[in-house]
Design a protein around this ligand. Sequence first.
Ligand SMILES: *Cc1c(COP(=O)(O)O)cnc(C)c1O
Length: 239
Amino acid sequence: MDDGLRARWERLRDRVDDACRAAGRDPGEVTVLPVSKTFGPEVIREAVGLGLHRFGENKVQEIRDKHEPLADCGIDWVMIGHLQTNKAGVVAQLAAEVQSLDRPKLAAALEKHLHAQNRVIDVLVQVKTSDEPSKYGLDPEQLPAFLDELGGYPTLRVRGLMTLAINTSDADVVRGCFRRLRQLRDDAAARGHDLPRLSMGMSGDFPLAIAEGATEVRIGTAIFGARPYPDSYYWPERS
Ligand SMILES: *Cc1c(COP(=O)(O)O)cnc(C)c1O
């Protein structure tokens, strides 16, 4: 069996399509965001050759390192990892989108830098949907006020919500996190916030996320293969 990038990508897209049909949804409704963290420019360039042009990265430093050697590829870099406020300037300059917007201070910093650079970007608000103590993400109770506050930031186009499910093999618990994000979105819609996008689901749990209404799944391992670092490197609080 050909185990190259193309084969893995096509197999993954087939599985996403299957999950959509199993959930009674149109596969055209669900986008895959390839997560290229830890993989270098050569691999990403190969993925560009497959027609992919949006890539999720977890660390600002990786976007910084990769954007230049890939400048000819027209890539949209999507920030999906915890973002320190003092890195907001780099992100405002290099990222097409931020999915890990999780606090007022970060929103203010992004607004300041984007305004200075005369740029407007799409953002998703990352919400904590599990009761794990130290997971990044906004507390759900704070979402209504935060959404109202973001209305005052013209450089941030708020398009939806993002979450990471709890790290457990209990499918019901994982699915509960995704359901909670959808409910938070529906509640916000009832208050007049239009949030069409739900970014939820990764290689290990995307069918559950699709069943709960994901419009976008963030997939690393199933496309690019195993990473050279353990996930505790990205999610220290999970180690
Ligand atoms: C790494 C990462 C993913 C993708 O994880 P896989 O299990 O490799 O598919 C998704 N979302 C975030 C925030 C990540 O850091």
